[in-house]
Design a protein around this ligand. Structure first.
Ligand SMILES: *Cc1c(COP(=O)(O)O)cnc(C)c1O
Length: 372
């Protein structure tokens, strides 16, 4: 059978190597591979399996539903989730051996109401991101409530954690402030006579740039997929992009100068040229805002994407390169064949690589290299 017409090739060898390099970067901490949002668009179950093979002792996902889906795929190892609205099925999640996070007293009560006894539980403190986590006076109240629950045998406190806002700007003053706030939050825990368990604060950027914050565990997402946390960040960990996005030409045509292309005729050829139709559109996650701004690679050469990105397809200008239906056009990848990077597409779409890879889906078929 020939290759799928729209394909995301996921290189699991690269993923495992990235995880190993990140583990080496934080040698005294345990490693959590974050596989939320379908493994940042790379496939949660496949990445989870490869992460365990690479020695990641923990996996992390955002929602209870993701955790349950990961369990259904066969994963049985330590797993943490952290983003739950009221009504989340904590009973099922806890039954499945997933560790949950309480970010407020109300959430702790929901968890206690769902669970029989001795629930392994982590607590999240807001040290300055202003998303989840107990903020201000809520933190000592949450610690006190957790202390009472532990004394009553209802929970077992296994971790205390928080999340950076600006770790991808290593010199941003918020980083020191958050590290200090986290240390203070831990003092509240010990003053209440509790052992915090695993203390963790670092995402990819913190793992790469802030050894002082590695503590007991680091949570790596974007870097494990081979992408830098920010374009501006110096990354001296060897990372290789895991995803290659490519499509096989559905149509090829020779057109004269003055031919306008795609909806709204936003591009007109200025010479005779060959247009190639690639079956990847915004339904596959190709950003429409990148129309007429991005490039792809064809036969080892960069070619411009021209005209508006459509729902199902894009057009590339192949110039005088010989091309046939079925030939492969690569939108982004590690660069081995001269193709653009996910960062190039992020630049063209005024966004970050996280958004580019996470959105890849629709009718794209994922194929895996290096599966064991
Ligand atoms: C998504 C997420 C991470 C991973 O962040 P990266 O920047 O992708 O490494 C870590 N921790 C939490 C709580 C997250 O939500």
């Amino acid at each position: 059978m020939s290759a799928p017409q729209a394909e995301a090739v996921v290189d699991l060898d690269a993923y495992r190597d990235n995880l190993a390099a990140l583990a080496e970067c934080a040698p005294d901490a345990a490693l959590m591979a974050v596989v939320k949002a379908d493994g940042y668009g790379h496939g949660m179950a496949e990445c989870a399996r490869a992460a365990r093979e690479a020695g990641a002792s923990w996996l992390g996902v955002a929602t209870p539903d993701e955790a349950l889906r990961l369990r259904s795929s066969g994963d049985e190892g330590p797993l943490l989730c952290w983003l739950a609205s009221p009504g989340a099925d904590f009973a099922a999640v806890i039954q499945a051996g997933v560790q949950v996070t309480a970010s407020s007293v109300a959430q702790l009560e929901e968890i206690l109401a769902a669970a029989p006894s001795r629930v392994p539980l982590q607590l999240k403190v807001d040290t300055g991101l202003s998303r989840n986590g107990a903020f201000g006076d809520e933190w000592p109240r949450l610690v006190e409530a957790a202390g009472r629950a532990q004394a009553a045998g209802r929970i077992e406190l296994t971790g205390v954690w928080s999340h950076f806002a600006c770790a991808d700007e290593p010199d941003h003053p918020a980083n020191d402030a958050q590290e200090k706030a986290f240390a203070d939050a831990l003092d509240v825990v010990t003053a209440a006579g509790l052992e915090p368990g695993l203390r963790h604060l670092c995402n990819s950027a913190g793992t790469i740039a802030r050894p002082s914050a590695h503590l007991d565990l680091v949570r790596v997402g974007i870097s494990s997929y081979g992408l830098a946390p920010a374009k501006t960040m110096t990354v001296d960990v060897p990372l290789r992009p895991v995803m290659t996005l490519r499509g096989r030409l559905a149509a090829v045509k020779r057109v004269p100068a003055g031919t306008s292309v795609s909806y709204g005729h936003t591009f007109t050829t200025d010479r005779e040229t060959t247009l190639g139709l690639v079956p990847l559109g915004y339904a596959e996650g190709v950003p429409r805002v990148a129309s007429n701004r991005a490039e792809a690679a064809f036969a080892g050469q960069r070619v411009p994407q021209v005209g508006i990105v459509c729902m199902d397809q894009i057009v590339v200008d192949l110039g005088d390169l010989p091309a046939e239906r079925g030939d492969v056009v690569t939108l982004f990848g590690p660069g081995d064949d001269g193709e653009p990077s996910a960062q190039d597409w992020a630049d063209a779409a005024d966004t970050i690589t996280y958004e580019v890879v996470t959105r890849i889906g629709g009718r794209t078929v994922r194929t895996y290299r290096g599966a064991r």
